[in-house]
Design a protein around this ligand. Structure first.
Ligand SMILES: Cc1ncc(COP(=O)(O)O)c(C=O)c1O
Length: 445
C-alpha cells in the first residue's frame, strides 16, 4: 500500500511554482483532475525511452518499424487486461479521446440501428449525448436522489419502447458529482430487453477497478470508452472497446491510409478491424504513454488508488462542513459509490468569482461552470426552461454553474487544508472578492 508521499513522487509537476495576483509565488495545487491529469513520471520516461526506437507502424520494413509495430499491437493486450476485456470477442480501437470514441461508435451503429432508440441519461457529459442526437431517437433516463441513474425509470423506458431500444449509454461515473452508476445492474437490465450497453468510462477507468466481465455473463459491458489524458498519460490517445462483429463490415467514418486491404479505382476491400477504424498514421507515442500509465496504475492496484482517493474525499467533506455558506449538489457528499469529485457553490457568490479567486489568490486550480454537462447542471440548479430561454436570448448574461473540485491520486490532505482556508476567507469576504473578480463573470462553459 502506497502512502500519499509515494503517490506524489509518481507525478510530474507537483512542485511547480506559479504567480499569484499579489506578485508572490506559490506551489500550484491542482484540483481539476476530472478535466485532465498531469503525466506520470513513468509515462514521460517511457516516451523518452521509446523515442530512439520510434518509426512508422505497420508498413515499414526497417527494424525500428517492426519493433514499433510490435509495441503498438501488443499494447492492445495491456488495455484489454486492465479492464478485463475478452480479446477474442472484442476489438480495441485506438482513438484520440472519449469524444472521438463515442462519435465513432455512433457512426458505426447507424446502419444497424438508425430508426431505433438510444437511451442516454440526464447526467451525461455532452460527449455522451450530442453524438447520438440527429441519428437516433434519443430519450433520457432520469437520475434518482442518490445521484445515479434510476433503475425504475430505465426499466419503464425499456418496456415503453417495446424492443426499439438498441443501446443504453451511460457514464460510469458522473463528471459533475462523481456518483458512480451500477453499470453491471444496468447491463443486465439492458440485456434483458435485448439492448446493448455503452459505458462512458472517462471518469471511472482512471479511478476505480473496471471489469467488463465475460460476454456470457448477462452483466457484461458491451462497449467501453475512455481517455488516456485523464489517467496520467496526456499524449492524445483514447480507447474504444467493442464487439468485433460491429466493426467487421462496412466503411469506416474516416477512410484513407491504413484502412484498406485492396483498392483499385473502382474497388475497395476494407482492412480487418481494428485497422479499418484507425485511419492515417497511428499515434504510437500516445499508445506507449497509455500502456505505461496502465502499467503504473496496475502496479499501484486500482483498489488502492480508489481507496486513497476516497480517503481524500472523506477528509474534504469533513473539513468543508465547517465552512459557512457552502452548498453541495447531487448527493455528492455521500462518499460511497463515487469517484472523488465535489461540486459546490458559495451561497450568493457566482461560481466564476469563487473559482477565479481560488486561482488568483491561492494558486488553486478548480473548474467552474457546467463541465460540458449543461442539461444536468441545469437540473441540479433547478433552472427552468423559461430561464434557459433568457440565456439563449441574451448570450452575454453571466451563466449559472457550479465550482468543481476533483482529486487525483497525488493530491494530499495538506492541499485540502489550504483549500479550506481559502474558501473560508472567500466566503467571509464575498463582496470584496466579487468586486475584485467580477471580470470573470463572462466566462462560458
Ligand atoms: C464523463 C465524461 N465523458 C466524456 C468526456 C470527454 O472526454 P474527452 O474530452 O477526453 O474526449 C469527459 C471529459 O471530461 C467526461 O468527463
Amino acid at each position: 500500500m502506497y502512502n500519499d508521499l509515494n503517490y506524489r513522487s509518481l507525478i510530474v509537476g507537483t512542485s511547480t511554482s506559479i504567480p499569484l495576483a499579489n506578485g508572490e509565488f506559490t506551489t500550484a495545487i491542482n484540483f481539476d483532475n476530472a478535466a485532465t491529469t498531469p503525466p506520470f513520471v513513468s509515462v514521460l520516461n517511457s516516451i523518452n525511452n521509446f523515442a530512439p526506437w520510434y518509426s512508422s507502424i505497420h508498413r515499414g520494413t526497417g527494424y525500428k518499424s517492426r519493433y514499433s509495430s510490435e509495441i503498438y499491437e501488443n499494447s492492445r493486450e495491456a488495455v484489454a487486461s486492465f479492464v478485463k476485456a475478452d480479446m477474442d470477442f472484442n476489438t480495441i480501437i485506438f482513438v484520440k479521446n472519449t469524444t472521438e470514441a463515442i462519435n465513432k461508435l455512433s457512426f458505426r451503429l447507424y446502419k444497424r440501428y438508425q430508426d431505433c432508440v438510444v437511451l442516454s441519461t440526464d447526467m451525461e457529459h455532452h460527449s455522451n449525448d450530442l453524438p447520438w442526437r440527429g441519428k437516433y431517437k434519443v430519450d433520457y433516463v432520469s437520475i434518482n436522489s442518490s445521484g445515479k441513474l434510476s433503475l425504475v425509470d430505465l426499466e419503464s423506458k425499456l418496456k415503453k419502447y417495446k424492443g426499439e431500444v438498441k443501446l443504453v449509454t451511460v457514464s460510469g461515473a458522473s463528471n459533475v458529482t462523481g456518483c458512480k452508476n451500477p453499470i453491471h445492474t444496468i447491463a443486465a437490465l439492458a440485456h434483458k430487453y435485448k439492448a446493448k450497453i455503452l459505458v462512458d468510462g472517462a471518469q471511472l477507468v482512471p479511478h476505480s477497478p473496471v471489469n467488463m466481465l465475460p460476454v456470457n455473463n448477462p452483466e457484461h459491458i458491451d462497449f467501453l470508452v475512455f481517455s488516456a489524458h485523464k489517467m496520467y498519460a496526456p499524449f492524445g490517445c483514447g480507447v474504444l472497446i467493442a464487439p468485433k462483429e460491429y466493426f467487421a463490415s462496412g466503411a469506416p467514418e474516416y477512410s484513407g491510409g491504413g484502412t484498406i486491404d485492396i483498392v483499385t479505382h473502382d474497388y475497395i476491400k476494407w482492412a480487418e478491424t481494428p485497422s479499418r477504424d484507425e485511419a492515417g498514421t497511428p499515434n504510437i507515442m500516445g499508445v506507449v504513454a497509455l500502456t505505461e500509465s496502465i502499467k503504473t496504475l496496475s502496479n499501484l492496484g486500482m483498489s488502492n488508488v480508489e481507496g486513497y482517493e476516497k480517503s481524500l474525499t472523506e477528509y474534504a467533506i469533513h473539513k468543508l462542513k465547517d465552512i459557512g455558506d457552502l452548498q453541495f449538489y447531487g448527493n455528492s457528499q455521500n462518499c460511497n459509490d463515487k469517484v472523488s469529485i465535489l461540486p459546490f457553490n458559495i451561497k450568493d457568490l457566482p461560481h466564476q468569482v469563487t473559482a477565479t479567486a481560488l486561482s488568483y489568490e491561492y494558486g488553486i486550480a478548480v473548474r467552474s461552470g457546467c463541465f460540458c454537462a449543461q442539461p444536468y447542471v441545469q437540473k441540479l440548479l433547478n433552472i427552468s426552461s423559461k430561464q434557459m430561454k433568457r440565456y439563449m436570448k441574451y448570450p452575454d448574461l453571466p451563466r449559472p454553474g457550479l465550482v468543481r473540485i476533483s482529486f487525483g491520486l497525488y493530491n494530499t490532505c495538506n492541499e485540502i487544508d489550504t483549500l479550506c482556508v481559502a474558501l473560508a476567507n472567500i466566503s467571509k469576504n464575498k463582496e470584496h472578492y466579487y468586486n475584485k473578480y467580477r471580470f470573470a463573470l463572462s466566462e462560458k462553459d
